[in-house]
Write a protein that binds this ligand. Structure first.
Ligand SMILES: Nc1ncnc2c1ncn2[C@@H]1O[C@H](COP(=O)(O)OP(=O)(O)O)[C@@H](O)[C@H]1O
Ligand SMILES: [Mg+2]
Length: 380
């Protein structure tokens, strides 16, 4: 947990992994390389195969094709406990009848003692078992202190809040000093406030441990805030693997662009003009696209890259205000343009009075930030 010079520290290689359940193909030829100290997030909608991939890495499930390596060791033939990975689940999977300390220490007890040494009387009397019990207690305390749950060690999970239980599950994963952390939506049972705190906690734990972490979530905010790199998955495929800022600013595909960012990126159908500009419903984009005239494109504009001004100005995209959301810090203006296309623009609350519902407005997307996609959804 503490040593950044963990002798077992290793990266993870996922090599051409495919998996079907019956007739349904859940993973299609997935390949990923995770660095030895890296925090990689698998981000995608529910049902896209994230948990299945994580379970295959953990050894809880088996790929139909492909291979998994930890460091330079292929682990396909190894049982989950032989792989030396620590997994944290959404459900925490704590044993309700054991104390917090026993829950955290369980993986150590399983590893450092033989089954007969775990019998209660022998644990107290046999010298090897007693020594193991002593070092386990020390390691448990250290992990508990790191997560600030040392005062709950004698309680049962039922006496803890959701956030505290979550920390117990994390402590149990940390205490083992694993080669890799695997986390499957570990924060989804927490309320919004706790989730923000827990995000920071997990990211910091990862930094201090120096152990690779593969983190599964459908929550783009978690993925964007915690990760070194994000692998966006959909329909059993990896669409893009890149640092969060690159996923956001330079999405490889329309599907990636639409999955990250809140409010969602605006998409309009467009046609390239002979001067390189692009005609869109309600107006035009003054950009130099260098695409052949007449090319049909999808134009992506993030709300924060779309300026909005009252009245019908020259150029830009004309529309009518349908709805406003004033968050205090930001004002989101929902505008309907020709053909009933909706565009959300982010502005400042100060202009709220000037853009009431039904007002006509002019949208001016920042030309350097517009994203163009071809008909198949690939970025141009
Ligand atoms: N043991 C199983 N048997 C049959 N289908 C499964 C099994 N596990 C998962 N699936 C299916 O595989 C797909 C991917 O599931 P999963 O990996 O859990 O997705 P995610 O974690 O991204 O939500 C889903 O359609 C799910 O119903
Ligand atoms: Mg899942």
């Amino acid at each position: 947990m503490t040593s950044s010079a963990n002798a077992f520290q290793s990266g993870v290689s996922v090599r051409s992994v495919s998996k079907s359940f019956g007739q349904t193909r859940v993973l299609s030829d997935i390949s990923l390389e995770i660095g030895p100290r890296e925090f990689l997030t698998l981000l995608g909608p529910s049902g896209c195969g994230k948990s299945t991939l994580l379970r295959i890495i953990a050894g809880l499930d088996h790929a139909d094709e492909g291979s998994i390596a930890l460091g330079n060791q292929t682990v396909d033939g190894l049982l989950p406990r032989e792989r030396d990975v620590a997994m944290v689940f959404q459900s925490y999977a704590l044993y309700p009848y054991m104390t917090v300390a026993e829950n955290i220490g369980l993986p150590l007890l399983m590893r450092r003692t033989r089954s007969w040494q775990r019998l209660p009387l022998i644990r107290r009397l046999h010298p090897v078992a007693r020594a193991a019990t002593g070092t386990i207690a020390r390691d448990v305390r250290r992990a508990a202190e790191a997560l600030q749950i040392e005062t709950f060690l004698d309680r049962k999970p039922g006496q803890l809040s959701g956030g505290q239980r979550q920390r117990v599950a994390l402590a149990r994963a940390m205490v083992r000093n694993p080669r890799v952390f695997l986390m499957d939506e570990p924060l989804s049972n927490l309320d919004a406030k706790l989730r923000v705190a827990a995000r920071a906690e997990i990211a910091e734990l990862h930094r201090r441990s120096g152990v690779a972490c593969i983190y599964v979530t459908h929550d783009q905010v978690e993925a964007m805030t915690m990760s070194d790199r994000v692998a966006v998955m959909m329909g059993g495929e990896v669409l893009q693997v890149a640092p969060p800022a690159e996923i956001y600013d330079r999405p490889a595909e329309l599907r990636v662009a639409e999955f990250v960012g809140s409010p969602k990126i605006n998409i309009l159908p467009g046609t390239v003009r002979s001067d390189g500009g692009i005609d869109v419903p309600g107006g035009a984009l003054a950009i130099q696209s260098r695409l052949p005239a007449g090319t049909a494109v999808s134009v992506g504009m993030r709300p924060e890259h779309c300026d909005v001004a009252p009245g019908l100005g020259a150029g830009g995209i004309h529309g009518r205000v349908r709805h406003r959301e004033n968050l205090g810090s930001d004002l989101f203006v929902h505008v309907e343009t020709a053909g009933e296309h909706r565009i959300v623009a982010r502005s400042v609350p100060e202009i709220a009075a000037a853009v009431p519902p039904d007002a006509t407005v002019t949208l001016r997307p920042r030309p350097d930030r517009a994203l163009l996609f071809d008909r198949a959804g690939r970025r141009l």
